[in-house]
Design a protein around this ligand. Structure first.
Ligand SMILES: *Cc1c(COP(=O)(O)O)cnc(C)c1O
Length: 378
C-alpha cells in the first residue's frame, strides 16, 4: 500500500556557522570537549562507562564543594535538575519559601507548586539581591520545609549571598536548595560549608559543555527526607532513589544514560580542574572587569546592583539611541557572528545580557564584543 505521507528527500548534511557565544548560554565549547563527544559510544552498563561516571561524580563533588555521596549528572538540562530536586524533596502540603528576583526564581516557585508545595515567595526588585538578614527573618517566621534561592540569576545578572541560609533552615529541620546553574565553575561554591541540602546546575554555562546534563547534589539530610516520604515521587524518570541506584548503589538499569554527553561533561570538568578553580574564578572576574570598563567608557549603564553583579553575566541597559534592539542583535549575529542575549521577562526590550562564561571568559572575547558594538552602534 502506498503511504499517504509525501516522500521527502533526505536533507543535505548539516552545515553550521561558528558563532561567538556571549549570551546567557550556551557558551563556547572547548575543542577537546567536542572531541570527547565524538568518542565511540559504549554501553551504559559497561564497566568502562561506570568508571567514567565515577570520575564525573568525584569531579562534580569538587566543583560543588561537597562530599555528598548523592552527586550525579541528571539527564536533561538545568530545568530537569530543578525538577529533580523539587519532585523528590517537596511533599504535598510542604511549606516552601522561594526567592523571586528574576525569571529563574519564578520558575522555581512554579515547580515547587506543581510538586504540591504551599509556596510563599519572597520578592525583590529585578537586579537586586536578597539581604540575608531579611531572608533569615522570613525563615524564622515561616519555618518552611524547603527554601530555595538562585545563586546566580541569569535573567538579571545578580549574585545572591548564601552562606548564612543553611544554618537558619536547619534550626527547624528544613532543607535549603540552590540553583547554581550559572555560577557552577565560575564562582566559588561551598555546598557543604553553606549548609545547602540540594543544588543543581547545567552544562552549557560556565562549564562550557553543550547543553544536555544537569549536575545535581543532595546532602544526607535531603536523602533522609526522601527516604521518609509518605507519597511516591510523582516523576518516575527523575526519582532519585531509582536514578541514584544506577549512579552508585546497585548500578541497576533505570534509563539509558546519555553516554556521550557524559564524556563531554567528563572532559569539561577535567579542564576546569586542570585550570584550577581559583584560577578559573579569577579569570571570570578579570574578564568581567575588562568588559565593564569598556562598556562604561562607551556610556553603557549596568542594570544590576554593583555590589552583587555577576562576573559571567553582564546586565546592561539598552542605549537610549537604539530604536530597534532586536535588529541590532540580529546584525551582531549575522555581520559579526556574535550572539548576545536579549532581556528576559520584564527586562525584554530594556536590557541586554552579555555572557562571559567558561571558555568565553577571555580578553580576546572582550575585544571582539566591544569592536562589534562599536561597529553597530557607532
Ligand atoms: C539556564 C538556567 C536555568 C535553566 O537551565 P536550562 O538548561 O535552560 O534548562 C535555570 N536557572 C538558571 C539560573 C539558568 O541560568
Amino acid at each position: 500500500m502506498e503511504s499517504a505521507v509525501p516522500a521527502t528527500a533526505a536533507a543535505a548534511p548539516l552545515e553550521l556557522p561558528t558563532r561567538l557565544l556571549h549570551g546567557p548560554g550556551p557558551s563556547p565549547v572547548a575543542p577537546s570537549v567536542l572531541e570527547a563527544l565524538a568518542k565511540p559510544c559504549i554501553g551504559h552498563m559497561d564497566p568502562e562507562f561506570m568508571r567514567v561516571m565515577n570520575e564525573v561524580r568525584s569531579m562534580l563533588q569538587t566543583v560543588f564543594g561537597t562530599e555528598n555521596e548523592m552527586t550525579l549528572a541528571c539527564s536533561g538540562t538545568g530545568s530537569a535538575g530543578a525538577e529533580m530536586l523539587m519532585d523528590n524533596l517537596v511533599e504535598p502540603g510542604d511549606v516552601c519559601l522561594v526567592g523571586v528576583n528574576g525569571v529563574f526564581g519564578g520558575r522555581l516557585a512554579e515547580k515547587a507548586r506543581r510538586a504540591g508545595g504551599e509556596v510563599h515567595t519572597m520578592d525583590a526588585d529585578w537586579g537586586q539581591a536578597f539581604d540575608q538578614d531579611a531572608v533569615v527573618a522570613k525563615i524564622e517566621e515561616l519555618e518552611p520545609a524547603i527554601a530555595c534561592f538562585v545563586h546566580a540569576e541569569t535573567s538579571t545578572g545578580v549574585h545572591q549571598p548564601f552562606d548564612r541560609l543553611g544554618e537558619a533552615m536547619h534550626k527547624h529541620g528544613g532543607l535549603l536548595l540552590m540553583d547554581c546553574v550559572t555560577s557552577f565553575a565560575g564562582l566559588p561554591l561551598e555546598v557543604d560549608a553553606w549548609g545547602v541540602d540540594g543544588a543543581y546546575s547545567g552544562t552549557q554555562k560556565c562549564l562550557s559543555c553543550p547543553p544536555g546534563l544537569s549536575p545535581v547534589t543532595l546532602s544526607e539530610r535531603a536523602m533522609h527526607k526522601l527516604a521518609g516520604r509518605k507519597t511516591p515521587v510523582h516523576s518516575w524518570y527523575l526519582d532519585l532513589t531509582l536514578v541514584g541506584n544506577y549512579w552508585s548503589g546497585s548500578r541497576a538499569y533505570h534509563h539509558t544514560a546519555p553516554v556521550n554527553m557524559n564524556y563531554a561533561l567528563h572532559e569539561a570538568l577535567r579542564l576546569v580542574l586542570e585550570e584550577g578553580l581559583e584560577e578559573r574564578f579569577a579569570r571570570h572576574q578579570a574578564t568581567h572587569e575588562k568588559l565593564k570598563a569598556g562598556l562604561l567608557e562607551r556610556g553603557f549603564e549596568y542594570a544590576s546592583d554593583p555590589d552583587h553583579s555577576l562576573p559571567m553575566l553582564n546586565l546592561v541597559k539598552i542605549p537610549a539611541g537604539v530604536a530597534d534592539e532586536a535588529a541590532v542583535r540580529k546584525r551582531l549575529l549575522t555581520e559579526h557572528g556574535l550572539e548576545i542575549g536579549g532581556g528576559l521577562g520584564a527586562l525584554a526590550g530594556v536590557c541586554w545580557r552579555i555572557g562571559l562564561m567558561g571558555h568565553g571568559a577571555r580578553d580576546e572575547s572582550v575585544d571582539t564584543i566591544l569592536k562589534a558594538l562599536d561597529a553597530e552602534l557607532g
